[in-house]
Design a protein around this ligand. Structure first.
Ligand SMILES: C[S@@+](CC[C@H](N)C(=O)[O-])C[C@H]1O[C@@H](n2cnc3c(N)ncnc32)[C@H](O)[C@@H]1O
Length: 223
């Protein structure tokens, strides 16, 4: 089996043009000697500008996306080539990490890499970038089952879900890469099942680590 792990509606995007003239954005661009359109939107730096965004509460957290990504790519499952990871962003870009590709652990290096990828949008290489919604991504992968993870889902033990995924060829597990809120209705429709794995709302990186560990255990006889 090859697990397709998707960090969806991820709070990782270049600063939108509507905010380029905001003072916190201009100051940051000058400090970094870059154009505003080539910088990642980051609530810790652009908070005042983000107040102008209606859905700003779920955007501008590339640090959370980084943590979640590392919790998948640092695992034995990923290093053995049994897991593929995708970041599907809030503005509908997909960054697909090649087999075994390990992103930088340093946040500054991760940020610089993401900015370069989102500006250049390479179609080949260790990380490929293309335009796609979550339903388009899942359809393109050709998943045989997709589970969306959400506090709005039906309660299920993660061990049981992993046991169902293990015999499949191309199952997908999707976690939200946003700090608050829920999946868009458009994306909810793309899941075969919506699953809640805990009574509490957990951080996406904790969910990611648990999912991969349970899949490792469930597939260990097959590996
Ligand atoms: C910080 S949460 C987003 C906030 C949102 N209120 C939530 O929990 O769905 C990030 C992601 O972690 C996953 N997640 C968090 N708690 C979960 C739970 N108890 N069951 C299933 N997935 C969970 C979901 O994929 C969620 O989109």
């Amino acid at each position: 089996m090859n697990l397709h792990f998707v960090i969806a509606e991820a709070a990782l995007e270049l600063i939108p043009e509507a905010l380029w003239r905001e003072s916190s954005v201009r100051r940051d661009a000058e400090r970094r000697a870059q154009e505003p359109g080539g910088i990642l939107l980051d609530r810790s730096v652009h908070h005042s500008a983000m107040l102008k965004l209606g859905d700003g509460y779920r955007r501008g957290r590339p640090d959370l996306v980084h943590l979640t990504l590392l919790n998948v790519t640092s695992t034995p499952l990923h290093q053995e080539g049994k897991a593929r990871v995708y970041i599907q962003t809030v503005d509908d870009f997909v960054l697909e990490f090649g087999e075994g590709t390990r992103p930088p652990k340093s946040y500054a290096r991760f940020r610089n890499l993401m900015e370069k990828l989102l500006v250049e949008r390479p179609e080949e290489g260790l990380v490929r970038v293309r335009k796609a919604t979550l339903p388009q991504l899942l359809k393109g992968i050709g998943t045989d089952f997709s589970a969306g993870l959400s506090v709005q889902g039906a309660p299920e033990r993660l061990e049981e879900l992993a046991g169902e995924l293990a015999p499949l060829k191309h199952p997908a597990v999707v976690v939200g890469g946003f700090p608050r809120g829920h999946f868009l209705p458009r994306d909810l429709k793309a899941f075969d099942r919506l699953v809640r794995i805990d009574d509490r709302a957990l951080d996406a990186h904790v969910v990611a680590a648990r999912v991969v560990y349970e899949v490792e255990k469930a597939t260990k006889d097959q590996r």
